[in-house]
Design a protein around this ligand. Structure first.
Ligand code: ATP
Ligand code: PRP
Length: 214
């Protein structure tokens, strides 16, 4: 079990891409997060000196931990927030882990009769094509999404583009950018009231640091 101290802020931290950028931002904000944890396999990291405990979560699960209140706050990509649609407060755009959600296809793509779209984000993709008035069959995949149009599973994909390297190396083209993505600070609704001072003071620190970055 994690620590029961009511004064400790429990933070659902995504393992992987976001963690290094988030911990760097926290350090810049004057919160000394030791770099020993950058490659750790520990799942609960106690940081009593900054009044926090990191719960190291799979990125897609962060909103779930926060919605259920086992974490007071969390850091998560806008892509996951849009897909998961959980009942949490979105407090702050942290401006880190920037990328975009796009429609991608082969260069010779032509409209098909019963088009199929593969994606890790079925809710986002369905909503997008519904808004466009296009009927598509959405196929959920869990990774290497770019394979789908290359091997004929789908006509197009909805996936993230950051540097564009994956598209270039696989001969794919970005057909449309749907929305920009950065990581957000989110909070549990009850924690936001009960631990308002601690959460607000963290927000203020981070906001000040972000303002100084630009
Ligand atoms: N090139 C990128 N590809 C995917 N996500 C990116 C990229 N750049 C930034 N991100 C952001 O980083 C978040 C986490 O990405 P990461 O690859 O660590 O998670 P994941 O793919 O869900 O993890 P896992 O590989 O364990 O399934 C994404 O939700 C998105 O907001
Ligand atoms: O524009 P780029 O810089 O090439 O980044 C985009 C790629 O990164 C992500 O994949 P990830 O590395 O998370 O692997 P995955 O295929 O397992 O989702 C995303 O799904 C793209 O494939």
């Amino acid at each position: 079990m994690s620590g029961a101290n009511k004064d400790i802020l429990k933070v659902a931290m995504p393992k992987g891409r976001i963690y290094k950028q988030a911990s760097k931002l926290f350090r810049e904000a004057g919160l000394p997060i030791p770099s020993d944890f950058d490659d750790t396999r520990k799942l609960i990291i106690e940081l009593p000196e900054v009044g926090m405990e990191f719960i190291m979560a799979k990125p897609v699960d962060v909103p779930t931990y926060v919605e259920y209140g086992v974490a007071d706050i969390g850091i998560v990509g806008k892509d996951v927030l849009m897909e998961e649609n959980k009942d949490v407060y979105e407090l702050l755009d942290l401006g880190i882990a920037k990328c975009r959600m796009s429609v991608i296809g082969m260069p010779d793509w032509k409209p098909a009769i019963n088009p199929r779209v593969a994606t890790k984000y079925p809710n986002v993709a369905s909503a997008y094509f519904r808004e466009q008035g296009q009927q598509v069959e959405v196929i959920k995949l869990n990774g290497s999404i770019e394979l789908a149009p290359m091997i004929g599973l789908a006509d197009r994909i909805v996936d993230m583009v950051e540097t564009g390297q994956t598209l270039r190396e696989n001969g794919l083209v970005e057909m449309e950018s749907i929305f920009g993505i950065t990581s957000r600070l989110i909070a549990n609704r009850v924690s936001y009231r009960m631990k308002n001072d601690a959460i607000q003071s963290l927000c203020d620190r981070l906001q000040g640091t972000l303002a100084a970055r630009v």
